[in-house]
Write a protein that binds this ligand. Structure first.
Ligand SMILES: Cc1ncc(C[n+]2csc(CCOP(=O)(O)OP(=O)(O)O)c2C)c(N)n1
Ligand SMILES: [Mg+2]
Length: 435
């Protein structure tokens, strides 16, 4: 993979991925010691996505992380102690122990919006941030992440359509880790590439190997540059695998073992270590230095977090309602009168090509001829893509029936399946002999 990153920055990517992984391993141990308040949502195997995507942003840009994006928080400048104290609900945490996991942000310095939901609602919020930046005359890009499951929610579709119609400088990273809790992607959406969801909104999309941190970085950097030039939004699907259960309470017994084995061989950190060695970006001495730095920083911050007190009872009533503590002042880069009516609608600082010319744009979007996974779409499109779509009578299509679990409903499923099977061959042979 060709990269524009200096060798130093390439080592930086390793530092953040490994810091992310080691920090989470420590969180798991703290969870087992009952020192974590709430859950631990592992991003094992997905570190390359959090780190590679956020590394493509500049300090002025904005992001909103999800549960599996601790790596992005670290790249944006939060320290391991923030993550430790937050998970342990300590008074020294960014929310003073009032909230958990990655539910915290920093609007003033790091430009991080605290997550409000894991299932799509951050998309319209970050579209709004991107639009606000444009109104204020800032040349910023906004970013958030969504899971494969989250991409099937109404909020995802409403949000992405809104971003598309507004041509918002917004990059959406779809982390396809194959599972939404216990539901595999194949049982929730008849698409091979979830990036194809972008076609419905007339925006560009890319698919990237989420376990190749350099590919993730380069793809995201190109998307960020496009958005900054006024050609957003862009959807990037990063293909990866959730290597643990949904959270610590979930042993993920529903995941086939060979699937874990395959993806283990694709581990993003092991692959990147090999790349750095093969390309002589580092040697054993440099790696040992970086690993030692990570351990030192984590030791110090874990000690700090474990030694911090829980919040006092009195604190519960403070900071619940804003009493001037959250004043967010707009950073006007233009004279106010330019951007307020009546002048605001006359001279926009950003000219966006084809804004509002949606009809012309749609003609260039190729139709999807097949869903790729053997399931028929409700509307079949001829392979040439030129003729009119052929309507299919949905009522005549066999209903998709999936087993529920180990209970009585599942036994009914097995019975139905056996009833539907053609009679076994030996019966025909028997019939023949009788004749
Ligand atoms: C309305 C609602 N239902 C359920 C949940 C619990 N929940 C949070 S994330 C999640 C699964 C999301 O799967 P996916 O989008 O694929 O993300 P992943 O966990 O794989 O990163 C569920 C069920 C929730 N937070 N809100
Ligand atoms: Mg998922």
């Amino acid at each position: 993979m060709q990269t524009r990153l200096t060798p130093e920055k390439q080592v930086d990517l390793y530092y953040y991925m490994q810091l992310n992984r080691q920090l989470e391993e420590r969180l798991v141990r703290l969870f087992r010691q009952n020192k974590v308040v709430g859950g631990v949502y592992s991003s094992l195997g997905q570190e390359g996505i959090s780190v590679g995507t956020s590394y493509a942003l500049e300090a002025r840009d904005w992001l909103a992380p999800m549960i599996r994006n601790i790596g992005a928080l670290l790249v944006k400048g939060f320290k391991p102690r923030d993550i430790f104290t937050q998970h342990m609900a300590k008074v020294t945490s960014p929310t003073q122990g009032k909230d958990g996991t990655s539910h915290f942000g920093d609007l003033k310095v790091r430009h991080v919006v605290s997550p409000i939901s894991m299932l799509g609602d951050l998309i319209p919020v970050m579209t709004g941030v991107a639009m606000a930046g444009r109104y204020l005359g800032q040349n910023i890009v906004a970013m958030t992440w969504i899971g494969d499951g989250g991409s099937s929610t109404g909020a995802f579709h409403e949000g992405l359509n809104f971003a598309a119609t507004q041509r918002a400088p917004f990059v959406l990273i779809l982390e396809n880790n194959q599972w939404a809790y216990s539901t595999p992607v194949s049982k929730q959406v008849p698409l091979r590439d979830l990036a194809d969801r972008a076609k419905a909104y007339g925006i560009a999309s890319k698919v990237v190997d989420g376990n190749d941190v350099l590919a993730v970085y380069e793809t995201t950097k190109a998307a960020v540059d496009e958005c900054r030039a006024g050609r957003g939004p862009i959807l990037i699907e990063a293909k990866t695998m959730r290597m643990k259960g949904h959270a610590q309470h979930d042993p993920a017994e529903y995941v086939p073992k060979p699937m874990f084995e395959f993806w283990k061989s694709q581990d993003p950190i092991a692959r990147y270590e090999a790349y750095l060695a093969e390309n002589k970006i580092w040697d054993a001495k440099r790696k040992a230095e970086v690993d030692a730095r990570i351990e030192r920083e984590l030791d110090e911050d874990q000690r700090f977090a474990e030694g911090s007190p829980l919040p006092s009872a009195e604190l519960a009533k403070e900071g619940v309602y804003c009493e001037g503590c959250h004043t967010v002042e707009a950073q006007w880069e233009r004279a106010k009168k330019e951007v307020m009516p009546p002048a605001s609608c006359i001279d926009a600082i950003w000219k966006i090509n084809e804004f509002g010319a949606f009809a012309a744009k749609q003609e260039h979007i190729p139709r999807q001829a097949s869903t790729g996974n053997g399931m028929k779409p409700a509307v079949q499109v001829p392979a040439s893509g030129s003729a009119q779509p052929v309507e299919v009578d949905i009522d005549k299509q066999p209903a998709l029936r999936v087993p529920f679990g180990r209970g009585p409903k599942d036994r009914a499923f097995e019975r139905e399946r056996q009833e539907k099977q053609p009679p076994p061959k030996h019966r025909h042979r028997h019939k023949g002999r009788r004749r």
